[in-house]
Unconditional design. Structure first.
Length: 218
């Protein structure tokens, strides 16, 4: 009788081992799937961050092109006329001259939004007042908050893309566009603007597109 009991116990143990092994294998598969999911999610997040970094860099270069175009427009201003364009289209073809004068090759797309819709900062409260700066309409907080080039030094510690205002560069030894700080994004900003000497009549310029192409390459 004791021998039969021992055999019965051994049989039950041998039958339970496959079930235990199967349960362990199932748990191992679940843990492996969870690990793969975590790694995939981290990879996607890292990829999204890298994409935003590239887009932010492109935004800085695109904004610099608009800044150069605004400076070119101001430099070309005939005496007695406003130095800021009422529309970005005036940068493509300056209506103040009979001969073609271009300050911008095209209205560049916003690298963050993928559209050509830009926020505009004007020197007055009317829609036809001169444009003194442009900015991105993208939402969210910038990844880059420090170590900007000198031309973008005002962007340090800014918390919104709309705070990256691309204004006309200050002329060496002369007055430039000065924007008041602390105003609501997208609102009307007023600036002090001064006329710049005009180039010879009929001259055609494309300073912004030249600057942009040099920095971005073919």
């Amino acid at each position: 009788m004791p021998a039969l009991l021992r055999r019965s116990r051994l049989l039950r143990r041998s039958q339970s081992r496959p079930a235990a092994a199967g349960g362990f294998s199932y748990l191992a598969v679940l843990l492996l799937l969870a690990l793969v999911s975590l790694v995939s999610a981290a990879t996607l997040r890292q990829g999204a961050l890298e994409h935003r970094r590239v887009a932010e860099h492109a935004l800085l270069e695109t904004g610099a092109a608009f800044s150069a175009a605004l400076r070119s427009y101001a430099r070309a201003t005939p005496p007695g006329q406003p130095t800021a364009p009422p529309s970005l289209q005036h940068l493509l073809k300056d209506p103040r001259f009979a001969a073609p004068v271009r300050h911008l090759r095209r209205i560049y797309l916003d690298p963050l939004t993928g559209t050509d819709q830009w926020g505009l900062v004007r020197d007055g409260e009317d829609e036809d007042d001169g444009i003194v700066a442009v900015f991105s309409r993208a939402t969210g907080r910038p990844i880059k908050v420090a170590n900007f080039d000198a031309r973008f030094s005002d962007f340090d510690r800014q918390r919104a893309y709309s705070d990256w205002k691309f204004v006309r560069p200050v002329e060496p030894g002369g007055p430039g566009t000065v924007l008041r700080k602390g105003l609501v994004s997208g609102g009307v900003l007023r600036g002090d603007d001064a006329a710049a000497p005009a180039p010879p009549p009929g001259a055609e310029t494309d300073a912004a597109s030249s600057l942009f192409s040099k920095r971005t390459g073919p």
